[in-house]
Design a binder for this molecule. Structure first.
Ligand code: NAD
Length: 496
């Protein structure tokens, strides 16, 4: 089913046939392609080429660099439906979410094009007469992008569009579970490169490889920035390795996102917010809602309404009229079942979570989303299980709700549903949510590209996408210029 699609997206058959690494679709578990994993030696060659490309690209004026990203956005617009379909096939997202992911790529391209004329520095008042100071931003070098299976295209686009306008070259190691989407993104990028005309060879390269290939990239001192998205386990390995060579990293790791649902909340809105955040992408978003912290007075009603909504959710082939597609693979299913066993052992009452459509798809893993009423924030609740499990916790006092929100190792996304302005403001204050994202009256997932995206604590502390995230892709320089005929020293020091 995928050959025609890849052809239309410009991917050569040799890139996805006859390789040593099988690619499966989570829709029915069948093998759809085989790609060739690249050797560690090939990684070194790619870095060499990328570094040379950077040496040329850094001197191209930033607005001209933006033109390449503008062209890429146009190519993406023309191929949105096909790329979205490929994402559905390879990552199991429903059509709407596959399309949404491509739209996010287009949005960040637009943002980056604007940014290419706004890489502003500062002018700073000097304490010395006849002097002025300024702060300028320069390209950094080769940016290594490592991405996860669940956003097989957008995370790369977030990084690459900014990295390119900032004057860098990029090497992308996608998840070994989703190499086809990466091949398609690269093929489309090459269309934009051709239209652009004179970009240096190897400006943005794809590295199809496993963890070992990722490690070679991570250790290479010619790669000053590694932007790595994935599990906290991965970040624990990558972060110290990059730091050991004084490289920089942007770490976008696991989340354990909560909603505080207060007595004053608009419950219709809240139930819809819960549904999209908790079961969208079959619970496989870093921002998926995993903990519902609900006031005791509304808990029974909310849980009953969420259960009723869950019972109606259509589960099945993500390309058809369904809301919940498959889990990525058997391993994800086993992790989910293991978490449900642990939750029961820790006093939880489980609703849902069973395997679905097993007869129709014996090699695929569809599940009913689970709701688990927990007596407290036990070990399993504090751990990110990458599947649709929503733990329900009850609170009596608002301070207790805030404490529960923050009392997990991760710090990515959070939200509150309330119509009480005091609660809303407190939630977003210094002593409120400790997460990188804190929303009011919308769920934890579905961020726009305009804001800086990322989280605290075990989520890794990285920020990418909007706001001033671009600064991470550049090096800062402080300049002092003397236009006088004297040489006064700072701090009034006399050195005659
Ligand atoms: P994963 O950690 O298994 O793999 C992510 C990527 O890291 C893959 O490309 C993998 O090959 C690579 N990798 C793994 N170990 C490595 C190492 N030692 N050195 C170099 N590269 C290495 O994650 P996954 O299962 O693909 O994705 C799910 C996880 O990603 C979840 O925890 C989810 O929360 C997280 N995630 C976070 C964000 C975010 O922005 N915070 C976004 C998407 C996904």
């Amino acid at each position: 089913m995928v050959g025609e699609l890849l052809k239309n997206l410009g991917v050569e058959a040799s890139a996805y046939q006859g390789g040593n690494h099988a690619v499966y679709t989570p829709i029915d578990g069948s093998q759809i392609a085989s790609v060739t994993l690249e050797s560690p030696a090939a990684v070194l060659d790619k870095v060499e080429i990328a570094h040379k490309a950077y040496l040329v690209w850094r001197d191209i004026p930033a607005p001209r660099r933006g033109e390449l990203v503008r062209l890429y956005g146009e190519v993406l617009r023309a191929h949105k439906a096909q790329l979205g379909e490929l994402i559905s096939i390879e990552a199991g997202k429903i059509t709407q979410e596959g399309l949404g992911e491509v739209q996010e790529m287009i949005d960040i391209c637009d943002f980056a094009v604007g940014l290419s004329r706004q890489l502003y520095g500062l002018t700073i008042a000097s304490e010395r007469p006849g002097h002025h100071m300024r702060e300028t931003w320069h390209p950094l070098g080769v940016v290594g992008v490592i991405s996860a299976f669940n956003f097989p295209a957008a995370v790369w686009a977030w990084n690459t569009s900014l990295a390119l306008v900032c004057g860098n070259a990029v090497i992308w190691k996608p998840s070994e579970k989703t190499p086809l989407t990466a091949l398609a993104c690269q093929a489309l990028f090459e269309v934009a490169l051709k239209q652009f005309g004179d970009a240096p060879d190897g400006l943005s390269q794809l590295l199809i490889g496993d963890r070992e290939a990722g490690e070679v990239l991570v250790d290479d001192p010619r790669v000053p920035l590694i932007s790595a998205t994935g599990s906290t386990r991965m970040g624990r390995e990558v972060g110290p390795r990059v730091a050991a060579r004084f490289g920089r990293s942007i770490l976008e790791l696991g989340g354990n996102n909560a909603m505080i649902l207060t007595p004053s909340a608009d419950l219709d809105l809240a139930v819809r917010g819960i549904l999209f955040s908790a079961v969208g992408t079959a619970g496989q978003r870093c921002t998926t809602l995993r903990r519902l912290i609900v006031h005791r007075s509304v808990k029974d009603e909310v849980v009953a309404r969420v259960k009723a909504a869950y019972a109606k959710v259509r589960i099945g082939d993500p390309r058809k009229d369904n809301l919940v597609g498959p889990l990525m693979d058997k391993q994800a299913y086993l992790f989910m079942q293991d978490a449900l066993v642990k939750a029961r052992d820790e006093g939880g009452v489980v609703f849902g979570g069973e395997r679905q459509l097993q007869d129709e798809y014996p090699a695929a893993y569809y599940v009913a989303p689970a709701i688990v009423e927990m007596p407290g924030q036990s070990a399993v609740v504090r751990h990110e299980t990458f599947a649709p499990i929503l733990y329900v916790l009850t609170y009596d006092d608002f301070e207790q709700a805030l404490q529960l929100n923050n009392d997990v190792p991760q710090g990515l996304s959070s939200c509150i549903f309330t119509t009480d302005v005091r609660e809303a403001e407190r939630f977003q204050s210094a002593s409120g949510s400790d997460c990188g994202i804190a929303n009011v009256n919308i769920g934890t997932s579905g961020a726009e590209i305009g804001g800086a995206f990322g989280g605290e604590k075990e989520t890794g502390g990285g920020r990418e996408s909007g706001s001033d995230s671009w600064r991470a892709y550049m090096r800062r320089q402080t300049n002092t210029i003397n236009y006088s005929r004297e040489l006064p020293l700072a701090q009034g020091i006399v050195f005659d």
